[in-house]
Write a protein that binds this ligand. Structure first.
Ligand code: DGJ
Length: 736
C-alpha cells in the first residue's frame, strides 16, 4: 500500500497490493481521473486524456476547441463551466443567484493512518501502519470555497475509501444543494458492462438485480429517510463476462443510513460516470461563513475475482475495520427472541416458560421483543414511553431478568427509540417532537410517528429513558428497531430556509445517540433492525455488529435474502433465526434441520415458542445449539464462498472457510426435489488444494473437493439441506 505524488507529471498514485487508482492535476488546475483497476506501475498515464475537437462541447478559459471538461474524465465534477454530465457538487449563492462552481487544485497532504469523519461513521484503523490517507484540496477563489477530497488506501484490503468535505470561507451564506461522496469517470471501454445492485421490499430484501449499462443514467436511491428495504446503498459495475468467480468488478458502498443516490451515467462518448452520496433530492444545507459540511464515506472495492472476490474484500474490511467494540470479535450468543412466539401477547409467566425450555436446549440469550413498555398491547400505543408495562410484568424487568439469569441465560431487550405513538405520554407532553409540517396532517405508519432526532432535546430525552432502563436490570443485548419511513419531513426548530436539512440532521442525531449508548454500555451487544432489513448498511454496522436481516424467517425465502445480503455484508453481521412452521410470513413448511442450517450465520437464534417443541424437535435443537457452539468462531471470522445461487437455480450453497484454511462449514439446500435427478457434485472453494480434509469420517484431498466436489445426497423431499464440516487432517486419503 502506498500513496505517491509525482510532481513532474502532477499525478497521484494510490496503490494497494493489487490495485492502482490515479488522479492527475492539469496545468489549469482541473483534477482529472486517470485510472482505477489492476495494479500498474507509477508512470505517466497522460495518454488517457485524449483531446480532440468535439462539436457542442464548449471550451473553458479560452483553451481552444480541443479542451472541454465535457469530454475529460474528471475526479470531482462541478456544474457550470463546460461539463454537462452529472455533477458531484452543486451550490446556490443567494446573494447573486449564481450556481457556478469552478474548482481548481490548491494543495495536498499525505498522512499515515486514517482520520475519522466528524459526526459520521466510517472505516477506521487500529494502527497508523494499516492505512495511508491523501487529502486533495480544491478551491473556488471567487466563492472562497474549499473542497477537500479524502482518499484512504489500506495495507490489507483492496479498498479505497473516499469522502468530501466542504469549507465555506466566503462572507455571505451559501446553499449547498449536492455534495456527493465520490465520482469516478470510467473510460468508454466500460460501456458494455453491467450495473448490479440490491433491491427489494419488506420481507423480500436485497434481491440481486443486474442489467447492462446503457446510454443515459441508471440510478438507485432512497427518499425514505432510511437506506431502506428497497435499494441498498450499494452498486457494482461489472465486466460483462464477470461472474461469481472471475472478472473485473467495481463495488461502491455508502457508509450512511439515510437518503442516498447511486448512479452510473453513460455519456455520448460511451464513458461511464459512477457516483454515490447523500441524495440531493429534498436536500439543501445553508453554509454560513466559516461553516463546513462533511459528506459520508464511500467504500470502493475493485476485484478481478468476480463478485465473490469483491464480497470477501468488503467482508474482511467491515469485519475488522468498520465494526467496533468488544462484540466485533466475540462469538455471539445463541438467542431466543419471543416476537414470533408471542407477539404482544405475553406475561412474565409465559416468558419464564420460554426461558426455562430455552435453557434446557442450550440457548444462551433471551431477548424480550416489542410490548414490554408503556401500556403496549398492540401496535397502537406507547412508543416513546420507555417504562415497564406493569400489568404484563408486575415484577418489572428486574424480576424478568432475574428469572432468566437464574437459568443460566442472559437477558436482552427490544427498543424502537426513534418513534413515538400518538397514544403515548411523551406525545401528549410534546406533540411537536415528531417530524411534521405545520398545517398538514401527520401520516402514520404502523400507527406511529417519527421522532425529530435532529433535535438535541428529543435525543437527550430518549437517551435518558433508555439509560435508565438499561441500568435497571442486567441487560446485555439490545435490539434497536425502526419500523416506518419518514413523511412530512419538517422540524419545529429549524427555520424555513433550513427545513431541507432535517433528514440529514436526523441521521446525524441518530448516529450521535447510537454513539452515546454504545459508549455508555460497551458490554451490551447491539443489534440493528428496521422492520427486518430496512437499514442494513455500513453506517449501522459501525455502531452495531449485527443486523436483523429480514422479518421473513422462512428458510427458503432467506436463501435469497441472505445470499443478496452477503454481496456486501459479512456473514458475521447477518442475524438469522429458526422459526415455527407453517412459517408466519409465507406459510411454508420446511424441515427443522433445514431451518437450522440456513440460520447458521454469525448471529444465530430461535424465534419460536421453544416450550412447545415435541421431543424429536427438542433433540434436533439441542444438536443445532451444540454444533453452533463448535463452529461459531468459524462463522464469525471465516471467509464466505457462495457456491450456488438461489437466484439462478433450484438450489443454494455456500461455505465458510477459516483464514488458515484448516476448517470449513459447507451448506447446501435443494428447494424443490426433482424426480430421477442426476447425481450432482458440489465443488468447494477456498480450501488448501494440497491439504487433506476430514469430511464426515472420510478423508478427501483439498484439490479433489474443489475440482470434483462433494456428492450431494439425492433429495428425498422438498426443502432438504445438507451440511458438511471439514477439518484439515494428517490422515491419508481413502474410503469411498
Ligand atoms: C419489526 C422487527 O423486524 C421484528 O423482528 C419485531 O421486532 C417487530 N418489529 C416488533 O414490533
Amino acid at each position: 500500500m502506498s500513496i505517491e505524488y509525482s510532481p513532474p507529471i502532477g499525478t497521484f498514485f494510490l496503490h494497494s497490493a493489487e490495485t492502482t487508482y490515479a488522479v492527475k492535476v492539469l496545468a489549469q488546475g482541473y483534477l482529472t481521473h486517470l485510472y482505477w483497476g489492476p495494479k500498474v506501475s507509477a508512470q505517466e498515464l497522460d495518454f488517457v486524456l485524449q483531446l480532440r475537437d468535439r462539436a457542442f462541447s464548449p471550451n473553458p478559459d479560452g483553451l481552444g476547441r480541443e479542451f472541454s471538461l465535457d469530454t475529460l474524465p474528471l475526479e470531482y465534477p462541478v456544474y457550470g463551466n463546460t461539463d454537462f454530465r452529472s455533477p458531484a457538487l452543486e451550490v446556490f449563492q443567494p446573494e447573486d443567484g449564481s450556481r457556478l462552481v469552478d474548482l481548481r487544485f490548491s494543495d495536498h497532504r499525505i498522512t499515515a493512518g486514517k482520520p475519522s469523519l466528524l459526526g459520521l461513521p466510517s472505516t477506521w484503523v487500529e494502527n497508523e501502519s494499516e492505512a495511508e490517507t491523501l487529502i486533495i484540496g480544491l478551491e473556488d477563489s471567487k466563492l472562497d470555497l474549499r473542497v477537500e477530497l479524502s482518499y484512504t488506501t489500506f495495507t490489507d484490503h483492496p479498498a479505497i475509501t473516499r469522502s468530501a468535505r466542504i469549507v465555506h470561507r466566503g462572507t455571505s451564506p451559501l446553499t449547498l444543494r449536492r455534495l456527493l461522496s465520490c465520482s469516478v469517470d470510467f473510460p468508454s471501454s466500460h460501456t458494455d458492462w453491467s450495473f448490479l445492485h440490491l433491491f427489494g421490499a419488506h420481507v423480500r430484501e436485497r434481491e440481486l438485480a443486474c442489467t447492462g449499462l446503457r446510454p443515459g443514467v441508471q440510478s438507485i436511491e432512497s427518499r425514505r429517510g432510511a437506506s431502506s428495504h428497497h435499494h441498498n446503498p450499494f452498486f457494482a459495475l461489472t465486466e460483462l463476462e464477470a461472474n461469481e468467480n472471475h472478472g473485473a468488478v467495481y463495488g461502491f458502498n455508502l457508509v450512511y443510513s439515510g437518503n442516498f443516490l447511486g448512479l452510473a451515467e453513460c455519456d455520448a462518448d460511451y464513458g461511464c460516470r459512477a457516483q454515490l452520496g447523500i441524495n440531493p433530492f429534498d436536500f439543501s444545507w445553508t453554509l454560513e461563513p466559516g461553516a463546513e459540511f462533511q459528506a459520508p464515506e464511500a467504500v470502493l472495492v475493485f476485484s478481478q475475482e468476480g463478485l465473490g472476490g469483491m464480497s470477501r474484500a468488503y467482508h474482511r474490511l467491515y469485519r475488522k475495520n468498520l465494526c467496533r467494540g468488544e462484540w466485533r470479535d466475540k462469538p455471539r450468543p445463541i438467542v431466543v427472541n419471543n416476537w414470533e412466539a408471542t407477539y404482544f401477547d405475553f406475561n412474565a409467566e409465559k416468558l419464564n416458560e420460554i426461558a426455562t425450555a430455552a435453557a434446557d436446549l442450550g440457548i444462551e440469550m433471551f431477548v424480550l421483543d416489542d410490548g414490554w413498555f408503556g401500556h403496549r398491547d398492540d401496535e397502537h400505543s406507547s412508543l416513546g414511553d420507555w417504562f415497564v408495562h406493569r400489568k404484563k410484568l408486575p415484577g418489572g424487568l428486574e424480576d424478568v431478568a432475574a428469572r432468566i439469569l437464574e437459568k443460566g441465560l442472559s437477558f436482552g431487550l427490544w427498543f424502537e427509540p426513534e418513534m413515538i405513538s400518538p397514544d403515548s405520554e411523551l406525545y401528549r407532553a410534546h406533540p411537536d417532537w415528531c417530524l411534521h409540517v405545520p398545517g398538514r396532517s401527520r401520516s402514520e405508519g404502523r400507527h406511529q410517528l417519527v421522532l425529530d432526532f435532529s433535535r438535541e432535546d428529543v435525543r437527550e430525552n430518549i437517551y435518558q429513558q433508555m439509560k435508565q432502563i438499561l441500568a435497571s436490570a442486567p441487560i446485555t443485548y439490545v435490539k434497536w428497531d425502526m419500523n416506518r419511513n419518514m413523511t412530512e419531513i419538517g422540524s419545529a426548530i429549524l427555520e424555513p430556509g433550513r427545513q431541507q436539512e432535517t433528514a440529514h440532521r436526523y441521521i446525524l442525531g441518530l448516529y450521535e445517540l447510537m454513539e452515546w449508548l454504545t459508549r455508555e454500555f460497551p458490554h451490551i451487544l447491539f443489534e440493528g433492525c428496521a422492520g427486518g432489513g430496512g437499514r442494513f448498511d455500513p453506517g449501522i454496522l459501525y455502531y452495531m455488529p449485527q443486523i436483523w436481516t429480514s422479518d421473513n424467517t422462512d428458510a427458503i425465502s432467506r436463501l435469497k435474502i441472505q445470499y443478496g445480503t452477503t454481496v456486501v455484508y459479512p456473514w458475521s453481521a447477518i442475524s438469522a433465526h429458526v422459526s415455527v412452521v407453517p412459517n408466519h410470513q409465507v406459510g411454508r413448511v420446511t424441515p427443522l434441520k433445514t431451518r437450522g442450517d440456513v440460520a447458521f450465520t454469525g448471529a444465530f437464534g430461535y424465534e419460536l415458542d421453544v416450550s412447545l417443541l415435541g421431543p424429536e424437535d427438542r433433540e434436533e435443537v439441542k444438536r443445532q445449539t451444540a454444533l453452533y457452539k463448535q463452529v461459531r468462531e468459524l462463522l464469525l471470522h471465516g471467509d464466505l464462498y457462495r457456491l450456488c445461487s438461489p437466484f439462478d437455480s433450484n438450489e443454494a450453497a455456500w461455505m465458510v472457510v477459516s483464514a488458515d484454511r484448516d476448517e470449513a462449514l459447507v451448506t447446501h439446500v435443494t428447494m424443490l426435489s426433482t424426480p430421477n435427478a442426476p447425481q450432482r457434485f458440489l465443488r468447494l472453494k477456498g480450501l488448501d488444494a494440497a491439504a487433506k480434509y476430514k469430511v464426515d469420517n472420510l478423508v478427501r484431498q483439498g484439490d479433489a473437493l474443489m475440482n470434483i466436489g462433494l456428492p450431494i445426497p439425492y433429495p428425498s423431499a422438498d426443502f432438504v439441506s445438507c451440511q458438511w464440516r471439514l477439518s484439515r487432517t494428517v490422515e491419508s486419503v481413502g474410503g469411498s
